[in-house]
Design a protein around this ligand. Sequence first.
Ligand code: ADP
Ligand code: ADP
Length: 225
Amino acid sequence: EITLQIDGLTKTYLPGTPGEVQVLRGADLTLRAGEVVALVAPSGAGKSTLLQIAGLLDVADAGTVEIGGQDMAGASDRKRTRVRRQDVGFVYQFHHLLPEFTALENLVLPQLANGVSQRAAEAGGAELLALVGLSDRAAHRPAALSGGEQQRVAVCRALANSPRILLADEPTGNLDPATSDQVFDVLMRLVSETGLSALIATHNLELAARMDRVLRLEEGVLRAG
Ligand code: ADP
Ligand code: ADP
């Protein structure tokens, strides 16, 4: 089962100006259910751009994005928003948790936005925290958590609405090596337990080598590597 299919994506920022930068020049990608794929490229190569287009946060100039077999390029904004909320989970380099809410509340809120009841959202959030070993941190606000704990909560938040696809942009880039390994292990375990597929941008070649395959973004196209 193909969860994400991308064909011929092109993207140019600031076209026709001195700042013009052609970031994507025909990027293709097929992501199957349960597959974990590393996206490797130097800084500035366009990894974030690709992830944002794949996750329906941005649009390409040309090319197609299909999520769960549905064409998203021509879809209405409303449909794109719905698919993004239901089918895509994001993890960033920084946790972006809401500082005034507890770890559990940070997992409950996105579920409420998707129409889940308070009670079911709390149960789901608590289950996720248990899976990453943070049950005893449920009532802590992000500032009271260590960097690794914050990022584990961010992984839980990405999975709170049971997406088909996890998109991660340097998810361990802000952590020391030992903590980075720990967060990565948690992420890989959750992906394999939930059967979703993941596209993970990383600079860390050791982590990339532990994924199912590696794609390099070079000169605006994706190549196996
Ligand atoms: P990466 O994630 O690989 O570091 P990005 O996708 O963030 O790469 O950026 C790719 C290139 O596009 C960079 O040269 C960056 O400066 C440029 N860029 C990214 N976003 C914008 C934007 N909104 N406007 C203009 N240029 C941008
Ligand atoms: P790390 O080595 O992962 O960065 P820390 O030394 O930051 O870990 O934190 C160790 C433990 O102390 C963690 O379990 C964290 O939850 C707890 N902790 C850290 N800062 C605070 C805080 N301001 N208030 C309460 N608990 C904290």
